[in-house]
Design a protein around this ligand. Sequence first.
Ligand code: PNS
Length: 161
Amino acid sequence: METRAVYPGSFDPVTNGHIDLIQRSAALFDKVVVAILRNAEKTPFFTVEERVEMLQEAIQDLNNVSVTSFAGLLVDFAEQIGASVIVRGIRAVSDYEYELQMALMNRRLSNRVETVFMLPAEAYSFLSSKLVKEIAQLGGSIHGFVPAEVERRLQLKLQTK
Ligand code: PNS
């Protein structure tokens, strides 16, 4: 039976660390669905549509990966799309507590979905969407942290803000 995994997150915007994790997941599972949370409460930098576009461009060479958005409970979405695995990346110990809490809560909500933690390449262990946005806003270089298209869109958005 094919194993389908969902890789959920905000991806505001996608970083090279996310892409590294997507590539690793694509090698491990038959299908990977990257799922962007549509969260009305947060004020994102990029719209969900923009984030989908940037991710789609970044994963175009991976033929078992798709990108979509979701609302509501992650476990419900996973079941809807037939995913039995939730992939989450852990960079440092500091990520672990939050991830542990979420994974155990998701297990309580559904015992049909298993969380799998994966490590990005150590070169990306300090990288986050939040820091990338902060550096770009303060005029620093984000080259090498995000795909070229994301870099371009970030600069463009900052110029027009
Ligand atoms: O990249 P992020 O922002 O850390 O991703 C968090 C995400 C999207 C995985 C998490 O907020 C989530 O799953 N939200 C959906 C709502 C839900 O299922 N909440 C209960 C989680 S235990």
